[in-house]
Design a protein around this ligand. Structure first.
Ligand SMILES: [Ca+2]
Ligand SMILES: [Ca+2]
Length: 457
């Protein structure tokens, strides 16, 4: 485990780097840009560190990067009263982009992820991965926007709302794939076809994919089918060697996922998103039959962005109804950017769940976004378990839960653009135990607090 002191020292050093750029950036901003989402920090301005470095480099080489620091505090883990932990997450990314003529680009990105003060030894790979190769790809592109493109190497794969495939930027070590992707784009549609294998993160060892753990897909976006909206259709095939099915027989798994997504605006004030997914295949000797659904609606009641924009959301993912029937009903959420898709605490994944959410977004200031959410979680099947955002089993009553009500959760979070390229994030989530949580765990409430600083240089 890294000491908290090392990380704090690194942060202070980086804060010293950040401060001059931040100070310079603050002065001229009269009409501030809208605050960026966590995953997309504001672009660096001409006084940024990268801009200064790039001014010394030839035009065909571009340097960039990001530093993020986050402190998290958790309590009530697995429903145990006295589990309290606070730890610091530090992440540094350094990028180099080479533009080799009009059609070819080469990109290399290294990432260092450290955690200090985490109460586990060794630190889990979701938090810690000492400097490693996160991306290294070469891309051929027919033209800037339309036509054919081919990208091969270690890369991010992100599709739709990233409910099934995404690069999981929230976590300290994130996710990439060793992949080859062929794309075609015109004014009506974009189609991606890829063959990949997810990169497995291991600290102090060069990250590699696992042979036989493959992921293939075809993903199409249609831009003009629905006014102000987009229709997506996709098929994924995931293979896993040596899984154990519910009859305790070892074998290979083939999971086929088919889905469709519709997202866009209706009029000037309504935002919506719908996604429906079906799954079939074999899991060792058992058959896979699973499904999932997502629906959300956000309404701008007032033109003034400072006033709340309310939203409602419902998520469903099937569970397994019988642990002995030789049929697998638990939905596989594949490789999602799962953070905050089912609550800020990330105690709930897209597996065996009904989730109802009421929330609102407001912008009390041009540089501040504030989100408030209230969620209610129920198991879809009483004999299947509760799975967290990472897809891991948290608790299960295999004979059948007496009550399927898992919990309610209240979340509040805010993103503040401190200066160009610098974002401050804060958030708090509280978990109110339901009868399933009380029966399947010791029953304690949960709390989660974070504060983060992201500097894109
Ligand atoms: Ca590694
Ligand atoms: Ca079953």
């Amino acid at each position: 485990m890294k000491s908290l002191k090392t990380i704090c020292t690194a942060t202070l050093l980086l804060a010293a780097l950040v401060t001059p750029a931040a100070a310079q950036a603050t002065a001229p901003v009269a009409s501030a840009a809208p605050p960026p989402a966590e995953a997309k920090p504001a672009p660096s301005n001409s006084t940024s560190l990268a801009a200064q470095v790039n001014s010394e480099l030839p035009e065909w080489v571009r340097f960039g990067g990001e530093y993020r620091f986050r402190f998290e505090s958790v309590s009530g883990v697995k429903g145990v009263e006295d589990t309290q932990d606070g730890y610091a997450l530090s992440r540094l990314r350094l990028d180099l982009l080479f533009k080799l003529g009009k059609h070819v680009r080469l990109f290399v990105q290294g990432q260092d992820s450290q955690v200090g003060g985490f109460a586990a030894n060794p630190d889990p790979p979701i938090h810690e991965n000492t400097f490693d190769l996160r991306q290294a790809w070469i891309e051929f592109r027919q033209s800037e926007k339309n036509g054919w493109a081919f990208k091969v190497g270690r890369q991010e794969l992100n599709f739709g709302d990233q409910r099934l495939v995404g690069s999981l930027n929230w976590t300290n070590t994130t996710r990439t794939f060793d992949a080859a992707k062929l794309s075609y784009t015109n004014d009506l549609l974009n189609v991606d076809a890829f063959a990949s294998s997810v990169v497995v993160i291991q600290d102090n060892v060069f990250d590699k994919h696992v042979d036989g753990a493959n992921f293939f897909g075809l993903y199409a976006n249609f831009f003009k089918v629905v006014p102000k909206g987009q229709v997506d259709a996709y098929a994924f095939w995931k293979t896993n060697p040596l899984v154990l099915d519910e009859k305790a027989r070892l074998g290979d798994a083939d999971t086929w996922t088919f889905g469709s997504r519709l997202a866009g605006k209706a009029g000037s004030r309504v935002d919506y998103g719908i996604e429906a997914v079906g799954q079939a295949g074999t899991f060792s000797t058992t058959d896979i039959r699973a499904a999932a659904f997502h629906g959300r609606l956000m309404v701008g009641l007032w033109k003034n962005a400072a006033l709340p924009r309310p939203r409602v959301e419902y998520n469903y993912a099937s569970g397994d109804s019988d642990p002995t029937d030789g049929r697998r009903g638990t939905f596989d959420q594949l490789f999602p950017t799962a953070h905050d898709k089912n609550g800020l605490i990330d105690q709930v994944g897209w597996k065996n769940i009904h989730k109802f959410r009421l929330g609102a977004t407001m912008k009390p200031h041009a540089r501040v976004v504030l989100d408030v959410d209230y969620s209610d979680f129920w198991l879809a099947e009483a004999k299947d378990g509760l799975f967290d955002a990472g897809g891991n089993l948290v608790a299960r009553i295999i004979t059948g839960a007496p009550d399927r009500h898992v919990a309610r959760e209240f979340d509040v979070q805010s993103n503040i653009t401190v200066a160009n390229g610098v974002t401050l994030g804060i958030g708090y989530g509280h978990w109110f135990p339901g009868d399933f949580w009380k029966a399947a765990t010791p029953g304690a409430a949960r709390d989660f607090i974070y504060t983060s600083l992201t500097y894109r240089f």
